[in-house]
Design a protein around this ligand. Structure first.
Ligand code: KG4
Ligand code: ZN
Length: 350
């Protein structure tokens, strides 16, 4: 079975072809970083236009690299939400047009489901497992029980973790995108110089919070006045450690809940752009080991936004007999667990 996937929900334009034996035949990603850099963040209108400019070429490139023609495809999948609506509409419309022309089924994919199932593409992981999704727009812990079966154990009550990284990078004038810049600066920093809060640490439940930490950094930066490179490195190091410890604490609680509900081998999957953070990975690996879990981290190219995970999620749904009509409307919000309470906060898209 072969599925073409399209991803356009944020600032990556991507197309990929995957096969049901977990082979990624082609995975093409075009990042719009240069278009958005002057604005210090993603501008929805610029993103939508850039997707429109590049998507056709990327789809053709993915098909060329995989040596697959449209007739050989079994289905066409696209991210249909949640995310920036203009971009999603470009991807969904393109996928529907290809599906209509080729006479193939269209599968509307929830972007979060793409992240949630990416460890099954990279590692062939069996259900159930625990997922920590940490990106610029999402921060949540979910049990993944099966395709389409998710239970949210916790989520951010204000900002997403990546959003906090990006804002702190702005405060420290480190450039865009913020996460990698903070990590680079922190490498030369002393984590012991400044004490920052560990949001939610020790509290019941598995929710996250980052706005208080962000504010603590803002106050610290204001107090320091003019910042030397060493000051920036020390603030970045203190902030990064605070995030890692807070996320590990919340994940530890979720692992406790998961272990009460499910016997057998226990896996914690970490996905999303912030999963690229080395200290976070180390801290989570140690926490997982403490809790008797194995940490599974898909390769970086599958952690950040990509189309292979969308093609794969589409394939998983399609082989269960699911597909969608060409009247399926793009959804700016689309929670994986509709029973969980609605999320709010800076950049939160689920
Ligand atoms: O998953 P992603 O590519 O896009 C979505 O938000 O969906 O994640 C991007 C986020 C940004 O906030 C970026 O600053 C953050 O991931 N990020 C990092 C690192 N690399 C990317 N945060 C911390 N450390 C990193 N090394
Ligand atoms: Zn994402």
């Amino acid at each position: 079975m072969l599925v073409l996937g399209i991803e356009t929900s944020c600032d990556e334009t991507a197309a990929a072809v995957v096969r049901d034996d977990r082979t990624i035949l082609a995975d093409v990603v075009l990042s719009q970083l240069d278009e958005h850099r002057p604005f210090g963040g993603v501008v929805p209108e610029i993103a939508a236009r850039a997707h429109l400019d590049h998507l056709d070429r990327l789809v053709a490139e993915a098909l060329r690299r995989s040596a697959v023609d449209l007739a050989a495809l079994d289905a066409v999948a696209a991210t249909a939400g949640p995310g920036l609506i203009g971009g999603i509409m470009v991807g969904v419309t393109t996928a529907k047009a290809i599906a209509a022309v080729a006479g193939k089924p269209f599968v509307a994919v929830n972007h979060l489901e793409g992240h949630a199932l990416s460890a099954r593409l990279s590692h062939g992981l069996e259900f159930p497992y625990l997922l920590l999704l940490v990106s610029g727009g999402h921060c949540q812990l979910l049990t993944v029980e099966g395709v389409g079966r998710y239970r949210r154990l916790g989520a951010t009550i204000d900002d997403a973790a990546g959003e906090a990284f990006d804002k702190v990078a702005k405060m420290l004038d480190l450039g865009y995108p913020g996460g990698p810049a903070v990590q680079r600066a922190a490498a030369a920093g002393d984590t012991g110089r400044f004490a920052l809060p560990r949001p939610m640490k020790g509290r019941p439940g598995c929710d996250f919070s980052f706005s208080g930490l962000k504010n603590a950094v803002r106050l610290l930066v204001a107090e320091l006045g003019t910042l030397s490179d060493q000051d920036k490195a020390d603030v970045a190091a203190a902030f990064q450690l605070a995030v890692a410890e807070s996320v590990a604490d919340r994940s530890g609680r979720a692992m406790g809940e998961f272990a009460r509900d499910y016997a057998g081998p226990a896996h914690l999957v970490v996905a999303g752009g912030v999963a690229a953070n080395t200290l976070l990975r180390q801290t989570l690996a140690a926490k997982a080991a403490d809790c008797g879990f194995t940490l599974v981290a898909p390769p970086l190219a599958l952690c950040t936004d990509n189309a292979a995970m969308i093609a794969w999620a589409g394939l998983e749904r399609f082989r269960l007999g699911q597909s969608d009509g060409l009247d399926f409307a793009a959804r700016p919000r689309w929670p994986l667990d509709p029973g969980a309470k609605r999320l709010r906060g800076a950049g939160v898209k689920a």
